[in-house]
Ligand binder design. Structure first.
Ligand SMILES: NC(=O)c1ccc[n+]([C@@H]2O[C@H](COP(=O)([O-])OP(=O)(O)OC[C@H]3O[C@@H](n4cnc5c(N)ncnc54)[C@H](OP(=O)(O)O)[C@@H]3O)[C@@H](O)[C@H]2O)c1
Length: 327
C-alpha cells in the first residue's frame, strides 16, 4: 500500500490505517482475543502499518490486544494511542493534568509492550488544563524518548495553533466522512497552513455509509450507536437517501460503497489517512482495497453535486458527548 506523511516531523504510515477500537469496545461485544490478533496481523500482511487504539478502549484491553498482535512486527509499524479521561474511562470527564498524562504514558507503554508510543493524542481537549501545559508535557515525553509524535483529537483551530506553538503537532484525529464534513470549515485550512496531518475517524460513518445498516438493524445492547441521534430508526430512514446515492456511484465505478467513502477521503488531500475499523476479515480486505481506488475529477465533482441534494438527519453525538467537542 502507498505511504503518506503525517505532519512535517518524519511520521510516515500506510495510506489507510486500522481503527482497532471496535475489536474491544463501542460496537457490541468484543471479539475473542485470538480473532482480534488475527485481524490485526492480517491488516499488516495487507500493507497496513498504522494501528489506532486508546487507553479508554475497553478501557485498557484494546491497547493490550494491539500490543500483543503487533509484537512480531513492532518495528515496522506505527502505534497511535490516546490519553485524556479520568481513570481512563471515556464516560468520565477529561483529565489531562501533566501528572496524569505521564502516568498514562507509562501504563500505555506497558500494555502495548513497547518502549515508545509513536503517536500520542490528547483524546479530547480538557477545559481545565491549558493546552500549552498538555503540549509541554508531551514535549517532555518526546525528549525522554517515550513518545515520538504529538496529536490532538477533535480540537478546534485555535487550540491546534496554541498546541503547535509549544510542540509541533503531527496529526489531528477528528470525525470526517461523506456525512460529517464540518472539519472543512476551519480545521482543514488550519492544518494545511501549519503542515499538520489529518486522520479521519469513523470514515465509514460508523458503518452506515457502507449500506450494511438499515432502519431495521438492531444493535447489541452495549452498542454505542443506540444513543447516537443519527442512528435513530427515523433518522436511519431519512439518511437512506445517502446510502442509495453512494450505491449508484459505487456501481458506476465497479467498487463498493465503503471503498467510495474511503477513496473520497483519500482524494481530499495528500496528508489524510483514514482509519476504518472492522471486526471482519473480508471487510478488512474490502477496505484496504480502497487505497487502490482512484476517483477522477469527474467522479469527485459528481459526488460533490449529488451530496448537495442530500440532507443528513440527526446529530453525530448525543448532547453530553457533543459538549466535549472543542470548537
Ligand atoms: N478520536 C476519537 O474520538 C475516535 C472516535 C471514534 C473512533 N475512533 C477511531 O476510529 C476508528 C474507526 O472509526 P469507527 O470504528 O467509529 O467507524 P468506521 O470505521 O466508520 O465504521 C466501523 C463500523 O463499520 C463496519 N464496517 C467496517 N467496514 C465495513 C464494510 N466494508 N462494510 C460494511 N460494514 C463495515 C464495522 O462493523 P464490523 O466490525 O461488523 O465490520 C463497524 O461497525 C476506531 O476504530 C477508532 O480507532 C476515534
Amino acid at each position: 500500500m502507498q505511504k503518506r506523511k503525517l505532519g512535517n516531523g518524519g511520521l510516515e504510515v500506510s495510506a489507510l490505517g486500522l481503527g482497532c477500537m471496535g475489536l474491544s469496545f463501542g460496537y457490541g461485544p468484543a471479539v475473542g482475543r485470538a480473532d482480534g490478533i488475527a485481524l490485526i496481523r492480517s491488516a499488516f500482511e495487507a500493507g497496513v502499518t498504522f494501528f489506532d487504539t486508546a487507553e479508554c478502549y475497553g478501557p485498557f484491553v484494546n491497547e493490550e490486544l494491539v500490543g500483543e498482535a503487533v509484537a512480531p512486527f513492532r518495528d515496522q509499524i506505527v502505534i497511535a494511542t490516546k490519553f485524556g479521561f479520568q481513570d481512563g474511562d471515556s464516560k468520565n470527564p477529561s483529565d489531562c493534568r501533566p501528572e496524569r498524562i505521564r502516568a498514562v504514558a507509562e501504563a500505555s507503554l506497558k500494555r502495548l509492550k513497547t518502549d515508545r508510543i509513536d503517536l500520542f493524542y490528547q483524546h479530547r481537549v480538557d477545559p481545565n488544563v491549558p493546552i500549552e501545559d498538555v503540549a509541554g508535557t508531551v514535549k517532555d515525553l518526546i525528549r525522554e524518548g517515550k513518545v515520538k509524535h504529538f496529536g490532538l483529537s477533535e480540537a478546534g483551530a485555535q487550540t491546534i495553533r496554541r498546541a503547535h506553538a509549544v510542540q509541533p503537532v503531527a496529526a489531528l484525529q477528528s470525525e470526517y466522512s461523506l456525512w460529517w464534513r464540518e472539519p472543512e470549515q476551519s480545521v482543514l485550512p488550519t492544518l494545511d497552513e501549519l503542515g499538520i496531518g489529518f486522520v479521519p475517524f469513523s470514515p465509514l460513518g460508523k458503518g452506515f455509509l457502507t449500506g450494511a445498516i438499515n432502519p431495521g438493524t438492531e444493535f447489541a445492547s452495549n452498542d454505542f450507536r443506540n444513543v447516537v441521534p443519527r442512528f435513530s430508526e427515523a433518522n436511519r430512514k431519512a439518511n437512506a437517501a445517502l446510502v442509495d446515492l453512494l450505491g449508484e456511484i459505487a456501481a458506476g465505478n465497479g467498487v463498493t460503497r465503503a471503498q467510495i467513502a474511503l477513496a473520497w477521503l483519500l482524494a481530499q488531500k495528500p496528508g489524510i489517512v483514514p482509519i476504518p475499523g472492522t471486526t471482519k476479515l473480508h471487510r478488512l480486505k474490502e477496505n484496504v482495497g480502497a487505497a487502490a481506488v482512484e476517483l477522477s475529477a469527474g467522479n469527485l465533482a459528481a459526488i460533490e453535486s449529488a451530496l448537495q441534494h442530500v440532507q443528513i438527519a440527526g446529530e453525530r453525538y448525543p448532547a453530553h458527548m457533543q459538549q466535549r467537542i472543542d470548537r
